[in-house]
Ligand binder design. Structure first.
Ligand code: SF4
Ligand code: SF4
Length: 149
């Protein structure tokens, strides 16, 4: 794989929440596996209870849509004006695996070109320390279908 001999740096940037929301007119989704919801359930939040109920059909994987005026339910202090300084994930320590693994998703890691293109979106790519467990992060989400922003 192209990344095996590369030193890829990544550090999520404080105050950024670009991958938890979308621009006006765009659509996205947040991907969950049932184990993600089990992990989230340590937080007794109404959103988590809703997520558990939404999964009544017991799909192994499923997606919760996000739109411009309805970002991820776990994005805290979301402001309609999109002020990036006040947004953040309020389930950071138990977030779904795809969120924890981003940007090391199959669709991003399929080529160096895709990685460089993602860097145009994510300001954390190229910042911080070299990531030494790239393959582990990638492997942790390899079975999630439709994993794309
Ligand atoms: S786009 Fe990158 S820097 Fe911004 S919140 Fe997502 S991972 Fe962090
Ligand atoms: S769970 Fe957290 S990191 Fe994942 S999309 Fe929602 S707010 Fe962002």
């Amino acid at each position: 794989m192209w990344y095996h001999d590369k030193e890829l740096k990544f550090e999520c940037q404080e105050g950024c929440s670009k991958c938890c929301e979308v621009e006006s007119g765009e659509y996205g989704h947040v991907s969950f596996h049932h184990t993600d919801v089990e992990r989230l359930s340590v937080q007794e939040r109404k959103e988590v209870i809703w997520l558990g109920r939404a999964n009544t059909k017991k799909h192994e994987y499923w997606e919760v849509p996000i739109t411009w005026n309805s970002p991820c339910m776990f994005l805290e202090n979301y402001a309609a004006d999109g002020d990036p300084d006040i947004n953040g994930c309020n389930v950071h320590n138990v977030k779904p695996k795809p969120c924890a693994a981003y940007p090391f998703w199959p669709v991003v890691m399929e080529s160096e070109e895709a990685w460089n293109k993602e860097a145009e979106f994510c300001p954390g790519i190229g910042k911080g320390d070299v990531i030494i467990d790239v393959q582990e992060r990638l492997d942790s989400v390899k079975d999630y279908p439709n994993l794309e922003r």
